[in-house]
Design a protein around this ligand. Structure first.
Ligand SMILES: *Cc1c(COP(=O)(O)O)cnc(C)c1O
Ligand SMILES: [Zn+2]
Length: 447
């Protein structure tokens, strides 16, 4: 495809300023709000049915058709095909998990885990990075940067390397799982550790990028979120284009939840699906800005008229008390989610719910996933921990179909896993046994 019918648009309805996709902005120059990528669908050729996308996957020698992101390219067509970068992202699996469903008291056929750990850098971030770097290539960027709790940096470093951009990662102090840090270093990114947390890094990186004209690949970048929409396309593709009742996703900077809501909003308005699923966004208790704002302060999308004052008051209180987010799920250890407003929109579109789960609940759920499925890192397990609450509260029905997004690979954070299993007292722990160097003693131990 050579013609693009895409533009950027401010999400604030009182502003609604529009910009070309060839501009690199990351927030509205008129009002400072977030930007969306929008499409003139009437002028852009679209497949008649969603199943046309699936046929492309068989063409393994066409890099765009084979990509789990770009074979849906008509739904995110913001740059010309030759600029589109792919390193085999999105070859991911929707895994039915009858064993875990049964443990949770659900219909055994009702639970699915979308395993995004199978991406080239081991997390869902590759879906977004392939889109962001395609845009970066199109606009002629030569250097990229991000603030990261780990996976963004791993994905950025990999994609930057694949299209010859420089990469600089900003990480907070002691807040990064070693699996992730090792990737950024190995893929050759410059890593700068700031004396502060993720939210501090996020503020600094925006100023650095503005001053040095570096291409920012955090999820403020609206092109990145376009790529993440395809996680939803792949879920419904694997359900034979049926929409599940629920999508459950962990919430950190809230890019994923925002992208998912946009994906379903667009598919519905294009008549490609008949209904949207409900969405559950799960925070960790130690980083629960979204949950507090929605459930306690009743903050809503409100057709785009978001109560900015309520958000400011909340953040002022965090500042005044010197609050620092804290959770074992380091990928969602974020207290100022940059996509908050887009996430509120997704929650409105998908009749969504938000809630927070404890670290203990996250780690138990992680062990249960590992025992019955492909495993995941702690943040991903917030989905199953959240699902337990939703089932107990009768919000998710036992007969409903639920798809949980396992955002990152088990091996991203081996410390969390080993630490959990080393404690006998944990409900699902599986500690290693010790034995004398003696055959009979060893045989006596075999279960
Ligand atoms: C980035 C990340 C998240 C958080 O996603 P957001 O889009 O920032 O809400 C959750 N899990 C993992 C494994 C991640 O890498
Ligand atoms: Zn604006």
């Amino acid at each position: 495809m050579d013609k693009q019918f895409a533009y950027q648009k401010c999400i604030n309805p009182a502003c609604s300023a529009t910009f070309g996709c060839d501009e690199t902005l990351f927030c509205c120059p008129a009002c400072g709000d977030l930007l969306d990528v929008c499409y003139e669908w009437d002028n852009a050729p679209l497949p008649k049915s969603l199943s046309d996308f699936a046929k492309r996957w068989a063409k393994r020698n066409d890099r765009l058709d084979f990509s789990g992101v770009w074979r849906f390219r008509e739904l995110l067509n913001f740059c010309p095909d030759p600029c589109k970068v792919s390193i085999g992202e999105g070859q991911t699996l929707l895994q039915p998990n009858p064993a875990l469903a049964t443990e949770l008291g659900m219909n055994p056929k009702g639970l699915f885990l979308q395993y995004e750990g199978m991406n080239p850098s081991g997390s869902f971030k590759d879906n977004g990075m392939t889109a962001a770097f395609s845009h970066a290539k199109w606009v002629g960027a030569t250097a990229s940067a991000c603030a990261s709790t780990g996976n963004t940096s791993a994905a950025m470093a990999l994609y930057a390397h694949s299209c010859n951009l420089k990469a600089t990662v900003f990480i907070g102090q002691g807040k990064i799982a070693f699996g992730k840090l090792s990737q950024a270093m190995d893929y050759g990114a410059q890593t700068i550790q700031i004396d502060g947390d993720f939210d501090d890094c996020m503020r600094q990186v925006q100023d650095v990028c503005r001053q040095l004209k570096i291409y920012l690949v955090n999820s403020l970048n609206p092109f990145r979120l376009e790529g993440q929409k395809t996680i939803m396309y792949r879920i419904i593709e694997q359900l034979n284009w049926e929409v599940p009742d629920w999508i459950i996703v962990p919430g950190g900077n809230l890019g994923n939840s925002s992208a998912f809501g946009k994906a379903f909003m667009e598919l519905k308005s294009l008549g490609l699906i008949e209904r949207v699923p409900r969405l559950a966004v799960i925070n960790a208790v130690g980083a629960n800005t979204l949950t507090e704002l929605v459930n306690d302060k009743h903050l809503r999308w409100n057709n785009g008229q978001v109560d900015n004052k309520a958000i400011r008051t909340y953040y002022d209180k965090l500042d005044a008390t010197g609050f620092r987010p804290h959770t074992v799920a380091s990928a969602i250890e974020i207290s100022r989610p940059v996509n908050l407003k887009k996430c509120l929109r997704a929650v409105a579109v998908c009749n969504g719910v938000v809630l927070a789960v404890t670290d203990e609940e996250i780690l138990d759920a992680k062990a249960q996933i590992g025992k019955t499925g492909l495993g995941c890192e702690p943040a991903s397990a917030a989905t199953i921990a959240g699902l337990k609450h939703l089932l107990a509260d009768g919000i998710v029905g036992k007969e409903q179909r639920v798809a949980c997004v396992l955002t990152g690979h088990l091996l991203k954070d081996p410390n969390a896993t080993v630490e959990y299993h080393s404690h006998m007292a944990r409900p699902f722990s599986n500690p290693p046994m010790r034995s004398a160097n003696d055959l009979d003693a060893i045989i006596a131990l075999i279960k």
